[in-house]
Ligand binder design. Structure first.
Ligand SMILES: Nc1ncnc2c1ncn2[C@@H]1O[C@H](COP(=O)(O)OP(=O)(O)OP(=O)(O)O)[C@@H](O)[C@H]1O
Ligand SMILES: [Mg+2]
Length: 242
């Protein structure tokens, strides 16, 4: 039996005044898959992430989750269904400890949890030794890993990661890759948005390419057609179809 769709975007667009940030996107994310999303600056990736998480509402089009129309649901309501994510800029509670940050997220998530305990996720993040440290004392990379951990403990069905590798050291990127690889045993769907094309391709089953608001290619990570479009939008700055 083929895996079923967990998320479907149907003709989703988002306009900010005259700016067409996302334009007529159709996308199906399958249960348990890691879908990569790449594209140059301003392509619409973060806007698409927000439309999925519910912090933005589409100008047109619909969002379905588990077959249900969730277009009108808030971010909080979607979190209750098991949709979680990280923002491009990390947000953690600076005055609280790592343990407290993770505990809040563990309590806030909807449905079943992927992790039994805060200790289990701290171990996965490589941050066990820092559980009692205040979040304000963390490096940028540690804060980012913590934020990913917070999304992981709260989101049980779909995780949207927006630029998780941004600002991480080489070692931290490797840690992140092994964290994401380790998730394949959980029945979690992940949308991985990142500028590191090889990082995304190595972790994702399928990769979508966005340019100027549109999804200009979508296919297996090793697909020649996808690679050609990536080269076009990144190296030559063209729209697919130009
Ligand atoms: N709140 C907003 N108000 C007005 N315009 C916006 C807003 N958010 C995004 N945009 C515009 O929408 C377009 C898409 O932006 P978005 O942040 O989604 O791109 P991105 O692919 O995430 O880029 P980056 O790789 O730089 O993160 C850009 O032209 C951006 O300036
Ligand atoms: Mg972005």
């Amino acid at each position: 039996m083929s895996p079923s769709q967990i998320l479907s975007l149907r003709g989703v667009s988002k306009f900010f005044g005259g700016v067409q940030a996302v334009l007529d996107v159709y996308l199906d994310v399958l249960e348990g898959e890691m879908l990569g999303l790449i594209g140059p600056n301003g392509a619409g990736k973060s806007t698409l992430a927000k439309l999925i998480l519910g912090s933005l509402k589409p100008s047109t089009g619909k969002v379905f989750f588990g077959g249900r129309d969730i277009t009108g649901l808030s971010r909080r309501e979607r979190a209750g269904l098991g949709i979680a994510g990280t923002n491009q800029f990390p947000r953690v509670f600076s005055s609280l400890t790592l343990r407290e940050n993770l505990e809040i997220s563990l309590k806030s998530g909807g449905g079943k949890h992927l992790f039994e305990s805060v200790a289990e996720v701290a171990e996965l993040l490589g941050l066990s030794g820092l559980l009692e440290a205040q979040a304000s004392s963390l490096s940028h990379g540690q804060r980012r890993l913590l934020e990913i951990g917070m999304a992981l403990v709260s989101g049980s069905r779909l995780l949207v990661l927006d630029e998780p590798s941004q600002g991480l050291t080489g070692g931290e990127v490797e840690r992140l890759a092994s964290i994401l690889t380790g998730l394949s045993s959980k029945r979690l769907s992940v949308i991985l948005i990142d500028h590191r094309v090889d990082f995304v391709k190595s972790l994702s089953g399928r990769v979508g390419v966005m340019s100027k608001g549109r999804m200009v290619a979508l296919g297996p990570a090793g697909d020649k057609g996808v690679a050609d479009v990536i080269e076009e939008v990144y190296l030559r700055g063209l729209d697919a179809g130009d």
